[in-house]
Design a protein around this ligand. Structure first.
Ligand code: NAD
Ligand code: IPM
Ligand code: MN
Length: 354
């Protein structure tokens, strides 16, 4: 089965981690019925410097006509704020990728890097953030003037309904028992609408428990009782922030993956971290967030749950033997980005052979 994968390497560590993601896709090509063809779609800060725009029309065309996009990260220090990053919003909004799926799962093999004491880890951490991805403060309705600036936090009924419905369906598909909604309905009007719609939709899913938590308190509960969350549905800005907090609970920002999804349409897969200029070019970036994004691609865009599970299993196997610097353990080998990717590749080959 032939699939075209658009590739955006981006800036900083983007190209380093994407290279490892491509390695995994090539192994899937070699060992399964899938055949991937790669097409580069340039985007980011370096592209802005060269062409004056961070997402040239040609790149968007390439992405639009592909079967899925694997995206690294973009952003270069010193550029005018936002000129690189806007490319991400153009893709998310241009393709109407209204779901941002962000799993936060602590592997047993990586428990030594969880910053929490055992009593807070409880039965384990396995949360999926379902972040609204096209509305809210990110709709880019705003203005920056010399003495004043604003963005409008705009949510529509349609926008709230579709993401909340997706979250309930996702929870059902995953066998979750509870859906948690995170908002700021004690003061923000869009959250008041959000909460009302959350309960309207919840009434169609009486098998699932529900709860509402305000974002400020949630940031505390996420550290205090992470074991109690399964599907967490939230708005665009809150989801951006809470997912980075969650990522450190599983060992590193470099461990967290995401899918920017419109079910049934071209979707975009990327680690949740940025271009990490502080470590770029050193060959030490953790590629696992990107490799887990490939897992999400296989699962969500291509319906290959089993292949996805094998990727995840290979990562768990590899973490017992070696680690990149951000998650290092003195009794294990410290690996470069490429070595980490190679070790996972080796494990994946043997799992796919079976
Ligand atoms: P960042 O996520 O790039 O880095 C934060 C910290 O986490 C740094 O110390 C970094 O070294 C570390 N880190 C991140 N990814 C890692 C990995 N894979 N392995 C090991 N360590 C890792 O956040 P930032 O420094 O705030 O942002 C840098 C640039 O990236 C900015 O221009 C920002 O706008 C952009 N950004 C882009 C995306 C994206 O492209 N999707 C996402 C977030 C931030
Ligand atoms: C992310 C990033 C983006 C966001 C930025 C770079 C636009 O932080 O993907 O988490 O805020 O969504
Ligand atoms: Mn972010």
């Amino acid at each position: 089965m032939k699939k075209i994968i658009a590739i955006t390497k981006g800036d900083g560590i983007g190209p380093e981690v994407v290279e490892e993601g491509i390695k995994i896709l090539k192994i899937i090509s070699d060992y399964t019925e899938f055949e991937f063809e790669f097409q580069e779609a340039l985007a980011g800060g370096a592209v802005w410097k060269k062409y004056g725009e961070s997402l040239p029309e040609k790149s968007f065309e390439t992405i639009k006509t592909s079967d899925a996009l694997l995206f690294g990260a973009i952003g270069i220090p010193g550029l005018p704020q936002g000129v690189a990053e806007i490319a991400i919003l153009k893709i998310r909004q241009g393709l109407d990728l209204y779901v941002n799926l962000r799993p936060i799962k602590l592997y047993d093999a990586l428990k030594d890097r969880c910053p929490l004491k055992d009593e807070y880890i409880g039965e384990g951490i396995d949360i999926t953030f379902v972040r609204e991805n096209t509305e809210g403060l990110y709709k880019n309705i705003g203005e920056l003037k010399e003495d004043e600036a604003h963005n409008i936090m705009l949510y529509t009924r349609k926008g709230c309904e579709r993401i909340i419905k997706y979250a309930f369906e996702f929870a059902k598909r995953m066998g979750h028992k509870k859906v948690t909604s995170v908002d700021k309905a004690n003061i923000l009007k869009p959250s008041m609408l959000w909460r009302k719609i959350f309960h309207e939709i919840a009434s169609d899913y009486s098998d699932l428990q529900t709860e509402d938590i305000y974002i400020d308190a949630f940031c505390q509960w996420l550290i205090r009782t992470p074991y109690s969350y399964q599907t967490v549905v939230t708005g665009n800005m809150f989801g951006d922030i809470a997912s980075d907090e969650g990522a450190f609970l599983i060992g590193s920002l470099g461990m967290a993956s995401s899918g920017n999804i419109h079910p049934g349409k071209v979707s975009m897969y990327e680690p949740i971290h940025g271009s990490a200029p502080d470590i770029a070019g050193k060959g030490i970036a953790n590629p696992i967030g990107t490799i887990l994004s490939v897992k999400l691609m296989m699962q969500e865009s291509f319906g290959q749950v089993e292949v996805g599970n094998k990727i995840e299993g290979s990562i768990e196997d590899a973490l017992k033997e070696g680690r990149t610097k951000d998650i290092e353990n003195p009794i294990l080998k410290t690996l470069s980005t490429q070595e980490m990717g190679n070790l996972i590749s080796k494990k994946l080959k043997s799992r796919l052979k079976k």
